[in-house]
Write a protein that binds this ligand. Structure first.
Ligand code: UTP
Length: 295
């Protein structure tokens, strides 16, 4: 039987340059979609998948993320005294229990691979989930939970993938699909940013992973790639020679909230899901002449 995945790693040490100046003093992962910061959506998704230990790889200006997952002593009595019991209960429900959250710093933003490597002592010798919080996934159940179901069958390493139009594959990591259904198929190869003609499929790696701890030693051996950064795909390619990788073509859709268009679209789509604002929003959209407002 595969070892249970209890720990999730959230790399939040990037500079978020695509969102400057918003991200000058505030981390990108605290940008809000409707009224929840991006990092909160990722933590909720992990909790739904059974995660019990939340590891954050932070950097400069990221103290606010630590505060976000802490008790707010001024806020709680104020909400209680104003009778806002629903808001208070929600805040308390969402808080990781004492000892469930760990924070370590990536002292320099040397790339995603390096950020993951910074988690090695906190994760130890066990499989872990890796969630990139600027990728927001709308799935039922959550994408990590869908991946956990595949992991229970296959063990090894699991990667969420999604289809993109063939003309866009060169922007992403792309997998080659072997045998098996959408819910869990063998990945036979991985290529980083291939030319369209060399791409083995239009299935891209999209920000959710379950990885075995052997990845840490392989990241440590990686030379720096483009922009002096240490990437994770190179280490995964090496790990593929030793261990199985399973792809999950998840049910749902993603929003790349690391970029403005994806972030704004996510706000729009998530707002339309909120009964308390959807009607007013649709009416305003109609007034702007941007559509029928019936979406
Ligand atoms: P991105 O490449 O999307 O983040 O990394 P970025 O570098 O902050 O973004 P831009 O391109 O400058 O706007 C995906 C995730 O990995 C984290 C980021 O915080 C983000 O959640 N990351 C990236 C790190 O933790 N450390 C790094 O060195 C790089």
């Amino acid at each position: 039987m595969s070892k249970r995945v209890r720990t999730a790693v959230f790399p939040v040490a990037g500079l978020g340059t695509r969102f400057l100046p918003a991200t000058k003093a505030m981390p990108k992962e605290m940008l809000t979609v409707v009224d929840r910061p991006l990092i909160q959506y990722a933590v909720d998704e992990a909790r739904e998948a059974g995660i019990e230990h939340f590891v954050f790889i932070t950097g400069r200006n990221k103290g606010v993320i630590e505060d976000h997952f802490d008790k707010q002593y001024e806020l709680e009595p104020t909400l209680a005294s104003r009778g806002k019991s629903d808001e208070l209960a929600e805040l308390q429900r969402e808080l990781p229990q004492a000892g469930q959250a760990s924070f370590t710093r990536q002292q320099e933003p040397l790339g995603l691979g390096h950020a993951v490597w910074c988690a090695r002592e906190l994760v130890g010798d066990q499989p872990f989930a890796l969630l990139l919080p600027d990728m927001l996934f709308k799935g039922e159940p959550g994408v990590l939970k869908q991946m956990m179901e595949a992991y229970e069958e296959t063990g090894g390493n699991v990667i969420a993938v999604e289809e993109v139009p063939m003309e866009e594959v060169s922007k992403y990591g792309v997998v080659a699909r072997g045998k098996g259904p959408d819910e869990g198929f063998a990945i036979t190869a991985m290529v980083e940013k291939p030319k369209r003609k060399d791409a083995p499929s239009n299935l891209i790696i999209s920000g959710r992973y379950i990885l075995q701890p052997e990845i840490f030693a392989l990241i440590a051996e990686q030379p720096r790639g483009a922009g002096g950064e240490i990437q994770i795909t190179d280490a995964m390619q090496t790990l593929m020679r030793q261990q199985a990788f399973t792809g999950v073509k998840y049910r749902g859709r993603s929003f790349d909230c690391g970029g403005k268009a994806g972030f704004l679209l996510a706000n729009f789509v998530y707002a339309l899901d909120r009964p308390e604002i959807a009607a007013a929003l649709k009416a305003e959209i109609k007034k702007l002449g941007l559509g029928s407002g019936t979406a």
